[in-house]
Design a protein around this ligand. Structure first.
Ligand SMILES: CCCCCCCCCCCCC[C@@H](O)CC(=O)SCCNC(=O)CCNC(=O)[C@H](O)C(C)(C)COP(=O)(O)OP(=O)(O)OC[C@H]1O[C@@H](n2cnc3c(N)ncnc32)[C@H](O)[C@@H]1OP(=O)(O)O
Length: 288
């Protein structure tokens, strides 16, 4: 499935190799890595394999924490609790706003500070991958986080006339539901008390929320196009002393087009994670 997935697989493998050292841990569990053929083995139904699978989950979690080290675990626990709380505050603020005003107009303005703070704070996820305290691929996380930062700062914050578009509500709702589930999943996993419904939600909600979020993002960028064209914002015209030109309007068109190759990679990556985590499928890598 192309480069993002390969990088994700490489990231997972590197994590296992870096942090464990036993031959079993050196096996990357993610799908197709470069030079490897992947086959599916063993499967179990959602939650059906109760006892044995939970016991092995617990052992795996304990092993993982031991590998992580106290400081990294403490930091990630703090980070995940803070992020869960931040996105929960955002969800409550959105629901309250809508119940009080009965419209989405003005919603973005009322929650923008919290949104900007917590979404920008998510840049640390790239750092977590880079320093190796989480086994996620830098590339997958980088694409995910940078597209959000781009939406928050270079689109919604910078282009005031689009802040009341319905599409903004679409991605806000999709992001908020996803992040509450995702960060609480990480928190409870680190604390070794992961309720099954959170695990289920983490690996099922995205099936709907990802396309909804992407639709919201693309429609918002689309709505921004006329304004960007008219004002020439963030564009550099020739002639200038550096002899460089940049057209934000075309940049936005290219960004929208880049969703076509990139989004399916993220989506299929999550579908594979879902099969692995919920159905216990192990992707066995075979050397060529
Ligand atoms: C400058 C212009 C840029 C323009 C770019 C244009 C690109 C366009 C394409 C991008 C489209 C994105 C659109 C998007 O913004 C829309 C939405 O988000 S809509 C809402 C729905 N979204 C989702 O569901 C997002 C899901 N995404 C994710 O879950 C992650 O972001 C992702 C990086 C994709 C997940 O990757 P992965 O599955 O590999 O990681 P895991 O979360 O499973 O983590 C792997 C293991 O690491 C542990 N981990 C990770 N982070 C933590 C943490 N903070 N604390 C503790 N542990 C952590 C995790 O538990 C896993 O461990 P294990 O495997 O042992 O269980």
């Amino acid at each position: 499935m192309g480069r993002l997935t390969e990088a994700a697989a490489a990231g997972g493998g590197a994590w296992a190799a870096r942090s464990a050292g036993s031959p079993r841990d050196l096996l990357p569990l993610s799908s197709a890595s470069p030079g490897c053929a992947a086959t599916m083995a063993s499967s179990e139904d959602d939650g059906a394999n109760g006892g044995a699978s939970e016991a092995s989950d617990d052992r795996e979690a304990t092993r993982k924490r031991r590998r992580l080290g106290f400081l990294a675990t403490a930091w990630l626990t703090f980070y995940d609790i803070a992020m869960t709380a931040g996105w929960l505050v955002l969800a409550i603020a959105m629901v309250r706003f809508y119940m009080e005003k009965g419209t989405h107009r003005g919603l973005y303005k009322s929650i923008q500070k919290t949104l900007k703070f917590f979404q920008t704070f998510a840049l640390l996820e790239i750092v977590h991958c880079l320093i190796g305290i989480v086994p996620t691929s830098v590339l997958v996380t980088g694409v995910q986080v940078s597209s959000r930062i781009f939406m928050v700062w270079l689109i919604t914050h910078s282009i005031k006339p689009i802040q009341n578009e319905e599409s903004v509500v679409l991605f806000l709702v999709a992001w908020t539901m996803t992040e509450i589930t995702r960060y609480s999943f990480y928190t409870f996993s680190l604390l070794d008390h992961l309720p099954y419904f959170i695990k289920w939600a983490r690996y099922n909600f995205f099936i709907i929320l990802y396309p909804v979020g992407v639709a919201g993002e693309l429609l918002t960028i689309y709505a921004a196009l006329p304004y960007v064209k008219k004002t020439g914002m963030f564009s550099i015209r020739l002639p200038n002393k550096y002899n460089v030109s940049f057209d934000y309007y075309y940049f936005l068109l290219i960004t929208m087009a880049s969703y076509i190759p990139l989004f399916p990679q993220l989506y299929f990556h999550m579908l594979r994670q879902r099969r692995k985590v919920l159905h216990g499928e192990v992707i066995v890598e075979k050397d060529d």
